[in-house]
Design a protein around this ligand. Structure first.
Ligand code: NDP
Length: 287
């Protein structure tokens, strides 16, 4: 079914979205704060609006942050509009924005896209969505042209809560690999010497095997019980000091290793030393 979609924001992501909607056969209107970015899309059949007020019912927004939406739509009547904002920001900003859009007569669906622009329209891509499930399901077919639709819940902040959590795991996991690679190089070894072991560690953590710590820790977190007999948190807090000294001896940056050492030491000092590593969540959550 052909839908009229208005894409607001023609950065790398918004342009990829508009192109994907066009290729999926939808009728596409585009608008960007700075004119001159719509040429290639117009050549593919898009209509370039002079103002966001020309938008149809479904508006897909991809801008730098939510302030950009306020800047773009402050004077626009949003009565009857469905705004699907796929920009990055914080859960609280998304909740405020949902109220703002409702106050102007529209409905805000929030989303966090889990692929870079070349992944838009490709198999396996998905986006976390939150807000009204009824409104989302009315537009799900059109939105599926971009990515799979992964609905998290009615609270409009949830899409960004899941998105930022995923980004944190992505960035901290990759940064750990950068530290490990720098350590290999400090010993005169190529990064490729470390790679197979990094692949085994990261793959194992996510799996169901003996190294499947994500599943194991999730069960501990939900039960709030952290049996620590075979490998106590105290032992690992001391071990983390050895990690810091290893990076120090190699003359490398210590920012991330020291942050982990301090966190483990605090959890140990807060009385969790005889429990397992999972008990660190008690110090993170300040339960
Ligand atoms: P870009 O920097 O390429 O584009 C930013 C867009 O925001 C431009 O269209 C820009 O307009 C617009 N903009 C910025 N400030 C304002 C403002 N005050 N008022 C109106 N428009 C404004 O970013 P991307 O396209 O890469 O990313 C867009 C969103 O998607 C971001 O929130 C990003 O975090 C998210 N995202 C990006 C991914 C990626 O890999 N690129 C992956 C997942 C999510 P103008 O041209 O006028 O400057």
């Amino acid at each position: 079914m052909t839908t009229h979609v208005t894409v607001i924001g023609l950065g790398a992501m918004g342009s990829a979205m508009a192109e994907t909607f066009l290729k999926a056969g939808h009728q596409v209107t585009v608008w960007n704060r700075t004119a001159g970015k719509a040429g290639a899309l117009v050549a593919l059949g898009a209509h370039e609006a002079a103002s966001p007020a020309e938008a149809g019912e479904l508006m897909v927004i991809s801008q730098i942050d939510y302030q950009a939406m306020y800047d773009s739509l402050a004077g626009v009547d949003l009565t009857g509009k469905v705004l699907v904002n796929l920009s990055s920001d914080t859960p609280s900003k998304l909740r405020e924005a949902a109220d703002w859009v409702a106050g102007k007569g529209g409905v805000l669906i929030t989303g966090g896209i889990m692929v870079p622009p070349p992944g838009i329209g490709q198999p396996g891509a998905y986006t976390f969505y939150s807000g009204s499930s009824d409104v989302l399901s009315r537009h799900e077919e059109a939105l599926k042209a971009l990515t799979d639709v992964t609905y998290i819940g009615a609270d409009p902040g949830l899409a960004m809560l899941f998105y930022q959590a995923q980004l944190f795991m992505f960035w901290s996991g990759l940064t750990s690999f950068m530290y490990a690679s720098a350590l290999a190089e400090s010993a005169g070894l190529p990064v490729s010497a470390m790679l197979p072991y990094a692949q085994e560690t990261y793959g194992g953590l996510a799996g169901d095997g003996p190294m499947g710590f994500l599943k194991h820790l999730a069960a501990e977190f939900e039960a709030r019980v952290y049996p620590g007999e075979p490998n106590s948190l105290h032992m690992q807090a001391v071990g983390m000091q050895h990690v810091v000294h290893t990076f120090e001896d190699a003359g490398l940056d210590l920012t991330v290793p020291v942050a982990l050492k301090d966190l483990f030491a605090r959890a140990d000092a807060e009385g969790h030393g005889a429990e397992s590593l999972g008990a660190v969540i008690e110090s993170i959550s300040k339960r």
